[in-house]
Design a protein. Sequence first.
Length: 275
Amino acid sequence: MNIERRRPRVSKTRSRPLRTAVVVLSALLLLPLASQKSSSVEEAKDSCVECHGKTSFLVTNKKLYDYFQRWGSSIHKQEHVTCVDCHGGNAQSSDKEKAHGGDLNEADPNSAVNFRNIPKTCGGCHEDIYQGFHESTHFEHVVSKDQEDQGPTCVTCHGSINVAVLNVDTVEEACRQCHNEETENSPENAHEARALLNRFLSIHRYYRYITVRGDPGETKRFFDEVDAQIRDLSVTWHTFDLDAIGEKTESVLHALRAKREDIARTYKKDHKNRP
């Protein structure tokens, strides 16, 4: 199978701190890369999109039609990640066989979307997240010879096309697919994951206060350090080491609390001295 993946370039532009907080918090468990492809690439012919976007599939192949519609409203489409980036093939060919690149379905061990290959396929763009996942026991289950049908891959929690970002209302349910009383596979992990994620979301409260009342120049340097810790924490989440996740979450919260208290003292002092 000839897989031709286009690797999005990562934008180096930093947005305002509050906007950064919203983006980081909403995308903790899944960090899509910001791609900026040239206009020539964006305007290039994509036979996959032209063919699978036909409304006739609503009648002839409803499953494929729905699949394409989910992609159409996804972050993947926004970032110009198309069929060939995950499935392989040749999007510039109008020949069906060449465009499909061998038409390997997910059951084929050589397919890029076979469950054992999914982490590496997603890791083509989400490199840091893949490195974290590679260290996890989840990854060990995926590559285990005893695992014949499926494993805890990226799509298990996030879906495959219009990916979902887990939050406190969905993370416990996602974990309970495997970690529950029936399987006796550490059922307490699901509740603990929810508590940890809820704890992490407290960051937004401190983040906003520091952004609104702190000195812009000084807080930018502070946020540069904190944002790096948050990015590292997002990778740690994908190792599924709950103890490490808890420790790093508390470290970030401690830094934010200290900064907030420092700004609050300065703010109170300045307003007290005003005539």
